[in-house]
Design a protein around this ligand. Structure first.
Ligand code: ADP
Ligand code: MG
Length: 255
């Protein structure tokens, strides 16, 4: 299907038992758009990203990827079943980076990056190695190819995790607070990798507390609170002229 949006969510809701964590989230993302999601702890930011990636099952709503229906649920039941193969293919369009990088400890940096393309996409070993080395270069860690993850700093490990996600050639990257577990002096290098990615035209959804990054890189900032999108706009609109009192209070609280 043709769509000007690479990712759309319609009326996405998610409950854990009686706790409604996402309430009717509607979002349309254009190819190449960088969206930063901000908001207080418990707002549902992680649950939203995890739902996009099928790490959580939404309770109701629809998710489209590149105009294709990816998921449609009502009252906890999957309504329209799309072909499993198609769904797998669409799932691979999304790469994700978390606060915790979860690299395989007994594999080298290079092996960590090569493993998914080989296992999931049947890429031959030589090609996977070549591409992994190129990715390592792009995140500034070429010389660490044969190291084990525990010999790297947290920031370096996170850059490897980003390279590992990119090795699957996703069209959309989801970041959930990728720098919040890092020592302050290591944050900059990771943000730089994300800035480079944004410049190259990657579509990105970033949950972040790095307001400087959001101001500089985001096309659109979304403020989530209590499971809803309480406000959205350009960085200038949201940071310099927030309309919603909750956004105003949140921004005051983090200054
Ligand atoms: P944020 O990322 O904005 O801090 P989360 O999406 O992690 O928020 O959490 C939103 C709400 O959902 C919180 O109240 C959290 O306790 C709850 N929650 C998250 N995951 C689960 C779960 N697996 N089971 C029950 N409640 C959960
Ligand atoms: Mg979170």
């Amino acid at each position: 299907m043709d769509s000007k949006y690479i990712l759309e969510t319609e009326h996405v809701s998610k409950s854990f038992g009686s706790l409604e964590v996402l309430k009717d989230i509607n979002l349309k993302v254009k190819k190449g758009e960088v969206i930063c999601i901000i908001g207080p702890s418990g707002a549902g930011k992680s649950t939203y990203l995890r739902s996009l990636n099928q790490l959580e099952k939404i309770t109701s709503g629809k998710i489209f990827i590149k105009g294709d229906l990816f998921l449609h649920r009502e009252n906890d039941k999957t309504v329209e079943r799309i072909a499993k193969e198609k769904q797998k293919e669409l799932l691979l369009e999304m790469g994700m980076c978390f606060q915790r990088f979860n690299l395989f400890p007994h594999k080298t940096v290079l092996e960590n990056i090569m493993i998914a393309p080989i296992k999931v996409k049947n890429v031959d070993k030589e090609t996977a190695r070549k591409e992994a080395l190129e990715l390592l270069k792009s995140v500034g860690l070429e010389e660490k190819a044969d190291e084990y993850p525990n010999r790297l700093s947290g920031g370096q490990q996170q850059r490897v995790a980003i390279a590992r996600a990119l090795a699957m050639k996703p069209e959309i990257m989801l970041f959930d607070e990728p720098t919040s577990a890092l020592d302050p002096e290591l944050v900059g290098d990771v943000l730089q990798v994300m800035k480079d990615l944004a410049k190259e035209g990657m579509t990105m959804l970033c949950v972040t507390h790095e307001m400087g990054f959001a101001k500089e890189v985001a096309d659109r900032v979304i403020f989530m609170a209590d499971g809803v999108i309480a406000e959205e706009g350009t960085p200038d609109e949201v940071f310099n002229n927030p309309q919603n009192p909750r956004t105003q209070n949140f921004l005051k609280s983090i200054l």
